[in-house]
Design a protein around this ligand. Structure first.
Ligand SMILES: [Zn+2]
Ligand SMILES: [Zn+2]
Length: 560
């Protein structure tokens, strides 16, 4: 009976601390053991990018507070592939966790290049597992299964425990000609299904799209034709992480008898890692952008960062004619070999409009097949479900609507159980019927310049407010009797300089402050905080009356 009791206490569990309810910031946990003494396997540790509501924030990271407490019980961090939303947070968060990392050769190479920019590169234990390889990590037997995506060596992870197994897909699609790595390992996936799969934790990104995605090879063909037929210079912008696309552009450039000019540090890192691991020929020739001006227009293909309209990246600077080495003219072609991520539409169209205004031809995925997603549409999901036949499906890697579309689809596919969960939900996969049993703390961290702060109660909310209403600061110096020693000084930032009647806003602020001060009896002016509050209210009311804005207002009271 004793053994039966201990078996009941031991659970096989799953949770996401990022990635379920958003596309980005992926961080998944598989646990085994009783609640008080559970061993954890982390899968992926990614970032997401800020939008307008997080002004000035560099990147958003998952909150790993829970894992910091559990640090001694974490067996390792396994990476599915080298995309920022899956491994980009390691540079900021590894020092807090100090866990060993497991990755395929290409992912490990990319990680090492990234870690060079930190001070702790040599401290990180990186264990390389080949695609298709197996390994014991803590209580789990894991196996990497080859998938297709837009980067070399994307892997699904089969996690075996004494209580059952789970297949964690990572990012994937079906592509028989993915140009990087082998195609999805269909025979192995079928085997896994035939042997019995308890749980499938699966990519939901394109679960709302019907059909089957075109192959990366189709995109390569279109790019090659566009480059071959272009009369003058061609610039191609894509994600630096889209190694398949970079290879396609490189080959098309060579076939067209042109020279590849590479702009952007991120592109260099990828090309070097791809050469290091054999995904690009060692003798593949590319030149830095400093050589751009020495090449004839009909011989150039420039590969540039900035497909999302990022203002500091190469493409935006080319559009603004402020790039130090690359300039385009009327008749040149720019290919956006990428999808615009929701939230970036305005930045991207700003760049595209600037190019169009100068008679540079802009080609996007609306015009030609110059981009394809690396994620499964419904036709591909259907095939995977028919191969692995899971008893349970948990949709991941999606926003709410993607997750729901995936969940409904899995039900239509006849999966016996579908669990709809969100970040923080702890699911007991086994023993017994899978269900949510607990909630783990989760959240977001902001990297803001050189500090990392918690989203909760962060200064970023104030910064966002400042961007809408501006700020007013006022300084008053009072004698010990409570009279003004000098005219108050005001600073107004981010507001109109004058009212509609032409009164300087600074004067308005100072008059409001003096008026408010005069209405306070002198003996009561000893209370500096009370004075500051009264002046602040008066200033905000006056500015609101004249400008229709309630600025962030600070009042500094000095008493002599
Ligand atoms: Zn990916
Ligand atoms: Zn992803």
């Amino acid at each position: 009976m004793a053994s039966r009791k201990s078996r009941q206490e031991t659970d096989f569990v799953f949770a996401a601390l990022g990635g379920i309810g958003e596309i980005g910031m992926n961080l998944y946990l598989y646990g085994f053991g009783p609640e008080e003494d559970r061993d954890w396997l982390m899968i992926d540790l990614g970032i997401t990018f800020p939008t307008e509501v997080e002004p000035g924030v560099d990147v958003i990271l998952p909150d790993v507070g829970f894992l910091e407490e559990e640090r001694r019980n974490i067996a390792g961090l396994l990476l599915t592939h080298a995309h920022e939303d899956h491994y980009g947070a390691i540079v900021d968060l590894w020092p807090r966790l100090q866990v060993p990392i497991y990755a395929t050769p290409f992912t490990a190479e990319m990680l090492k290049a990234k870690l060079k920019e930190t001070g702790f590169a040599d401290d990180v234990p990186i264990h390389v597992i080949p695609v298709g390889g197996t390994r014991k990590i803590g209580p789990f037997e894991i196996e990497l299964v080859a998938m297709s995506h837009s980067i070399p060596e994307p892997s699904a992870v089969l996690i075996r425990s004494p209580l059952g197994n789970a297949l964690h897909t990572g990012d994937w699609k079906l592509d028989e000609t993915p140009l990087t790595s082998a195609a999805t390992d269909e025979p192995r996936l079928r085997n896994i299904g035939d042997a019995g799969l308890d749980a499938l934790i699966c990519d939901s990104t394109n679960a709302m799209r019907e059909g089957i995605s075109p192959s990366e090879a189709d995109v390569a063909q279109h790019l090659a034709r566009l480059i071959r037929e272009a009369p003058r210079r061609v610039a191609v912008t894509t994600f630096a992480s889209n190694v398949a696309r970079i290879i396609s552009v490189a080959k098309a450039t060579r076939d067209a008898g042109r020279v590849l000019v590479v702009a952007g540090r991120a592109m260099y890192r990828v090309i070097e890692a791809a050469q290091e691991t054999g995904y690009l020929d060692k003798d593949f020739r590319f030149v830095p952008d400093t050589e751009f001006s020495s090449l004839p227009p009909s011989k150039i293909v420039a590969l540039c960062t900035g497909s999302q309209g990022e203002p500091r990246a190469a493409m935006a600077r080319i559009a603004q004619e402020s790039h130090p080495n690359i300039s385009l003219d009327a008749g040149d072609h720019v290919i956006f070999s990428s999808r615009t991520i929701p939230g970036n539409e305005r930045a991207v169209s700003r760049v595209q409009n600037s190019l169009s205004d100068r008679a540079i031809e802009v080609i996007t995925d609306q015009d030609h097949l110059v981009h394809v997603s690396g994620h499964p549409r419904r036709g591909e999901l259907k095939q995977l479900y028919s191969w692995v036949k899971p008893k349970l499906s948990i949709p991941m890697h999606g926003e709410g609507r993607h997750l729901e579309a995936h969940a409904e689809f899995a039900e239509e596919m006849g999966v016996p159980q579908v669990l709809r969960i969100r970040n923080g939900d702890l699911v007991r996969l086994a023993p017994g019927e899978p269900r949510i049993i607990d909630e783990l703390p989760c959240g977001r961290l902001y990297r803001d310049g050189s500090v990392v702060v918690s989203e909760e109660g962060s200064h970023v909310r104030d910064r966002r407010k400042l961007s809408f209403v501006g700020t007013v600061a006022l300084s008053v110096v009072l004698s010990d009797k409570g009279t003004l020693v000098a005219e108050p000084e005001a600073a107004v930032i981010g507001l109109a300089e004058e009212t509609a009647e032409g009164e300087p806003v600074e004067d308005l602020v100072i008059d409001a402050a003096i008026g408010a001060l005069e209405s306070i009896p002198r003996p009561r002016r000893k209370d500096a905080k009370m004075v500051a509050d009264a002046l602040r209210r008066a200033i905000r009311a006056a500015v609101n009356q004249k400008l229709g804005k309630k600025p962030v207002c600070s009042v500094l009271v000095t008493r002599l």
